[in-house]
Design a protein around this ligand. Sequence first.
Ligand SMILES: C[S@@+](CC[C@H](N)C(=O)[O-])C[C@H]1O[C@@H](n2cnc3c(N)ncnc32)[C@H](O)[C@@H]1O
Length: 328
Amino acid sequence: MVKPEASEQQGPHVPVLLAEVLEALAPLDGARILDGTFGAGGYSRALLEAGASVVALDRDPNVIPFAEKLRAEFPDRFTFVAGTFSRLDELAGGPVDGVVLDIGVSSMQLDEAERGFSFMREGPLDMRMSSEGVSAADLVNTLEEAELANLLFAFGEERKSRRIAHGLVMARGTRPITTTTELARLIERSIGRKPGEAHPATRSFQALRIAVNGELDELVEALFASERLLAPGGRLAVVTFHSLEDRIVKRFFAPEKSEPTQSRHLPQIARAPLGWEQVGKAVKASAAETDRNPRSRSATLRSGLRTAVPVRPVSAAGLGVPEVRGAA
Ligand SMILES: C[S@@+](CC[C@H](N)C(=O)[O-])C[C@H]1O[C@@H](n2cnc3c(N)ncnc32)[C@H](O)[C@@H]1O
């Protein structure tokens, strides 16, 4: 197994499944790797230390100081581009041997109260990674009740979504909901809180964050962009943090698994040749890593090797992307 350097423990964001990601992308010495989710640069640094050149992307302008630091240390082998990973093939600046995506929010984003990602920190109800576009406050204060409920159900798998949406619409009738802690309190008031269980706002915050940042569409686009960018033999490694994302990645790599099983008594339907091989099982963090970094508990790594099969057109069909129905 490729050993992560001591840098694994440094920085404001502890990289998750680092050794496993390096192994999935190996061989690294002399390779050119695209890190689509730079964050605090934990993966990029380890890739550079293993001898790779790295082109890194992030949509969050706040990561630029971390990128400048790496650029100063590795001026010939490191480039940073501000942008979204849905366009990673256009932004890569040439062919790459591997792509890595570490989906979701960084510890910096969660820890900075003014970004509005955490219900545990008083801050404006924002949640925009790129600080552009519609904020969580916009959604909570303007969506029709049914649409808000559908969003919380689709992206948060929140079974009490209708009660929550009703409570929020009642509350915003008096005055707009503008802070994280206010939203968390209102959700708790609608559905209560059981001792020993996750905070009742957890699922709703996840749903709003996914909606604000178009996270599932970004993921689907990035997977197909990687399929276009990587030549045969190129490697893709994706780390996700919840079941909605993992399902998309799993089905993207192995679409035949999501097709209905064929009966052996009927003529066999020809299956499309596959764009990916060596797609292993999902990799989870070891007990040692989850002890060291509890955030790694929900992480899943999936990876594959690009074959010579031509690229598929971008389509979310069959990937299990939940749909948010409009207002009833
Ligand atoms: C979990 S962190 C990555 C941490 C990084 N692997 C490290 O070791 O420091 C995810 C990062 O991806 C960025 N991100 C999320 N969605 C993105 C997108 N669609 N395009 C580009 N960057 C994105 C976030 O801004 C965040 O900085």
